[in-house]
Design a protein. Structure first.
Ligand SMILES: C[S@@+](CC[C@H](N)C(=O)[O-])C[C@H]1O[C@@H](n2cnc3c(N)ncnc32)[C@H](O)[C@@H]1O
Length: 256
């Protein structure tokens, strides 16, 4: 039986995302700087999107191999285009982080994940799925939306359409620490920080909302006209062309 809309990962527009993903790429560069590597490891990019952060990882570590994993076929296609010059150093996997991953146990040395984990509903299951392919002693370095993320957008969503506020899990650092411990991680650090982001008003902001924030909402609507009306309603309900991002930072090591 097919899953109900909104309960499984939606497909993205990988080409447009690649063009508008400057905020996520900037944050991803910082997160990547927290990943200590010799340079010859196999790294899983969990939610690689169109590969802009993955590309930085591959450029920085010329001997590394990367598993570029994402649930969205369109994103993986965009990543394949962007990362083609790295040839066999990259393996592409279309898979859902909400389910056990199609990777061998202890087959990756480190996991990088940027701007993705809040799209997975069940974080208890998620960290178990990430722990399974990570070798003992391997590092998880991640950042995603955390408690309080996009509060004004969620407030606007509550009064638009059927009031569905989204598929996201915006977890606290404390709950995330508990979940990581339960999944077999140690040396855990989790914290929140604010990343307010301003956009050019009008179509640039609407395009960003449509492509990055509202994909799961728009998938539930029947026609292009309904989808555009929904984007317009969200943009109009916000006080400014601005998104109050709150990021949850995660550092952890797979216990031996
Ligand atoms: C905002 S993008 C971030 C992409 C990239 N890491 C970056 O920083 O640009 C979020 C990504 O998470 C992916 N994603 C969402 N839910 C997922 C899931 N359950 N399993 C795997 N990937 C998922 C989406 O397909 C999308 O590519």
């Amino acid at each position: 039986m097919a899953d109900a809309p909104g309960t499984r990962p939606h497909d993205w527009d990988g080409t447009t995302y690649d063009r508008v993903a400057d905020p996520m790429t900037r944050w991803g560069t910082n997160v990547l700087g927290r990943l200590p590597l010799r340079g010859d490891e196999t790294v899983l990019d969990a939610g690689c999107g169109s590969g802009r952060v993955t590309e930085q990882l591959l450029d920085r570590l010329p001997e590394s191999r990367v598993i570029a994993l994402d649930a969205s076929p369109s994103m993986v296609a965009a990543a394949r285009d962007r990362l083609a010059r790295f040839g066999a150093r990259v393996t592409y996997v279309v898979a859902d982080l909400g389910r056990p991953l199609p990777l061998e146990p202890a087959s990756v040395d480190a996991i990088l994940s940027t701007a993705t984990l809040h799209w997975v509903r069940d974080h208890d299951a998620l960290f178990g799925h990430l722990a399974a392919p990570l070798r003992p002693g391997g590092r998880l370095v991640a950042q995603c939306g955390g408690a309080g993320n996009i509060a004004a957008v969620q407030h606007a969503l509550a009064s638009i359409g059927d009031g569905w506020t989204g598929p996201w899990t915006f977890a606290t650092p404390e709950d995330t620490r508990t979940r990581l411990e339960a999944a077999g991680f140690t040396d855990i650090e989790t914290w929140l920080h604010d990343e307010p982001e301003r956009f050019e008003p009008g179509e640039p902001f609407r395009e960003y909302l449509r492509t990055v924030v509202l994909g799961a909402h728009l998938e539930r609507l029947g026609s292009d006209a309904e989808r555009e009306a929904f984007v317009d309603a969200v943009a109009a309900a916000l006080p400014a062309a601005e998104i109050g991002y709150v990021r949850l930072n995660i550092l952890a090591t797979r216990a031996g």
